[in-house]
Write a protein that binds this ligand. Sequence first.
Ligand SMILES: Cc1cc2nc3c(=O)[nH]c(=O)nc-3n(C[C@H](O)[C@H](O)[C@H](O)COP(=O)(O)O)c2cc1C
Length: 202
Amino acid sequence: MVLIVGINGSSRPKGSTAFLLQQALGAAREAGAQVEMIHVMEALEDQKTPYCIQCSTPCSGACSLNNNLGKAYDFLRRADGLILASPVCFGTVSAQLKAFWDKSRILRKEKALYNMVGAGMAVGASRFGGQETTLKALFDMMLVQGTMIVGDGFIEADCGHHGACAQAPAEEDAFALQRARLLGQRVWEVAMAIRILRRHRL
Ligand SMILES: Cc1cc2nc3c(=O)[nH]c(=O)nc-3n(C[C@H](O)[C@H](O)[C@H](O)COP(=O)(O)O)c2cc1C
């Protein structure tokens, strides 16, 4: 069984981003995956400094030892697939998600996300509020970790050209909810196919 982790980059555990992510993870679960959702606000809750201050180079992982962030990173270490979801904040990813990701330098050192399959999701208050620029930022963040990105699946597997985007409130954006489910299925199918590339993690 593959593990697919969804990361909710919103400060709200029950906001539109979490709702959209739940659709994708639900579809992946129905396809046969084990799924887990991480809320970045919870993961960062017990941090002394909420962002990376580059306390050591190379990173020693000091900020993710025996705390919420460490638990979240352990899920990522085990994952085969990742769905990174963010609210649109001034046309890009949320500060919380960026902080969570900046602190993951230790995962890069471990090559923990290397050859994992990744996809993006973005929710904005506006119809055209910067969802696709946010997806691009999510892709950049994942690429630096060695993650392989999936997007459009074409026609019956159309999960959005770049990934699933919604206008808040996401539960009223029926088209986005369909895209989210298709994206969850797509991440699952690719995660199944590339499990061999993740063997170095076991
Ligand atoms: C600081 C900040 C900046 C925002 N900037 C944008 C924006 O550029 N475009 C947009 O469409 N919505 C913007 N929004 C609105 C959020 O993207 C929107 O409310 C989203 O649903 C929040 O996700 P959540 O419900 O998961 O918390 C912004 C919200 C905040 C808090």
